[in-house]
Design a protein around this ligand. Structure first.
Ligand SMILES: [Zn+2]
Length: 144
């Protein structure tokens, strides 16, 4: 068993870090060092890697915490896919610090009709958000 240490630079935080690996042969150690250092494949430090993992887990959890939808079993199944796609799209497009993301979190608890999601399936995520808000405003007016 041979030990090899390769240096990398994190593209996210800029820190340089070391990665230790164990390989059976010296040549495999050299290959690892080359892969990491010359070919620059070591580009996310373990702290950033963990952080990214946490963020993704959090996002999945928040998607799972969405309210149940009304409709037939088939409608609900389809609508949930459209809704997940919408959440991921808004998050990727605008980021979590954006007002669009905030607005999405605000509207989601009210968007519980599967048929509405299905109706919106061909709209862009941004258009879905605008449409949901418009429907919500109409509903509030009706109820007041
Ligand atoms: Zn980092």
């Amino acid at each position: 068993m041979s030990k090899v240490t390769a240096k990398g630079q994190c593209l996210k935080c800029g820190r340089t870090f070391e990665r230790v690996a164990y390989r059976r042969k010296r040549s495999e150690c050299d290959a690892f060092k080359e892969w990491g250092e010359e070919k620059k494949n070591l580009n996310v430090c373990s702290a950033c890697y963990r952080k990214e993992g946490d963020a993704m887990a959090q996002e999945r959890a928040s998607i799972q915490n969405l309210p149940e939808l009304n409709g037939t079993e088939k409608q609900v199944e389809w609508a949930k896919k459209i809704r997940n796609f919408f959440v991921v799209n808004i998050t990727n497009l605008y980021g979590k610090q954006s007002s669009m993301y905030e607005q999405m979190l605000e509207i989601l608890p009210y968007a519980v009709e599967a048929s509405v999601w299905i109706e919106y399936r061909n709209k862009s995520a941004t258009n879905i958000l605008v449409s949901l808000q418009r429907e919500r405003r109409k509903e509030r007016r009706r109820n007041s």
